[in-house]
Write a protein that binds this ligand. Structure first.
Ligand SMILES: Cc1cc2nc3c(=O)[nH]c(=O)nc-3n(C[C@H](O)[C@H](O)[C@H](O)COP(=O)(O)O)c2cc1C
Length: 227
């Protein structure tokens, strides 16, 4: 007979990356060329994204200068394309902490990933054609993580971005609706403890899903129409 142990063991993991969606964030370099970086410290509140990115990344440099990005969400089918972008940076020279981790400078992120840039409507950085979701966005706030600790202050930026346009592939739209995503069709790529995963099937019916989506609507959706 098997018994299930419900006791906890106290541990000190080096990272707490318990699983978040991968985002390919497109920004524009000084010369107008696109940069594309995988990241996964991302969550969504209304039509706002909250992102955590290393302050010395090319992406954060570009966001500070231009205030614009496209948040492209790859499906699990795009894992190999995403993996080709790992350990690359648009920074030249490669900053020392990244060089130590094995990063190399790569000016042509779209080329090496095999992904296709397409023009956005409201921002200069391109969308990724292959990603089922592409969110054009503008930066509304950027502040340091761990500002309470002089040793860590300035290492990581917390970025708030307001979504201006939502572009999706038709095959993830909910049948019979104009503006909804079918969560059974949308298969996000998930990063957990540096490994890449897809989602399993629906685990349970959800009481939360009894709340109509329109009750989550914020004024940002109307504001985005005039962007
Ligand atoms: C799957 C995946 C997830 C990542 N998540 C993050 C993240 O959430 N934040 C971050 O700063 N870097 C993350 N990275 C590392 C970035 O890609 C790295 O910071 C890179 O330098 C960004 O490129 P850039 O310097 O051209 O902006 C992730 C990398 C991969 C492959």
């Amino acid at each position: 007979m098997t018994t299930t142990t419900m006791t906890h063991t106290e541990i000190e993991p080096n990272i707490l990356y318990f699983g978040t969606p991968v985002v390919l964030i497109a920004t524009c370099n000084e010369d107008g060329s696109p940069n594309l970086a995988p990241m996964s410290s991302a969550f969504w509140l209304g039509w706002r994204a909250v992102l955590g990115m290393g302050m010395r990344s090319k992406t954060v440099q570009n966001l500070r200068r231009t205030g614009e990005c496209v948040l492209n969400l790859p499906s699990d089918a795009l894992a190999t394309h995403v993996d080709r972008l790992a350990l690359t940076t648009g920074c030249n020279p490669v900053p020392e902490p990244r060089a130590k981790r094995g990063y190399r400078y790569e000016p042509d992120k779209f080329g090496i990933s095999g992904l296709t840039p397409v023009a956005s409507e409201t921002v200069a950085p391109p969308r990724v054609a292959e990603c089922p979701v592409a969110l054009e966005a503008s930066v509304t706030a950027l502040h340091p993580l761990a500002a309470d600790d002089p040793e860590q202050n300035g290492n990581v930026a917390i970025i708030e971005a307001r979504v201006l346009r939502v572009h999706v592939h038709d095959d993830i739209r909910m049948a019979g609706t104009a503006d909804r995503i079918d969560p059974d069709a949308w298969r996000p790529l998930i990063m957990s403890f540096q490994q890449l995963y897809g989602l399993g099937p629906r685990a349970h019916t959800s009481r939360l899903a009894s709340i109509p989506e329109k009750l989550y609507r914020t004024p940002d959706i109307d504001r985005a129409r005039i962007a």
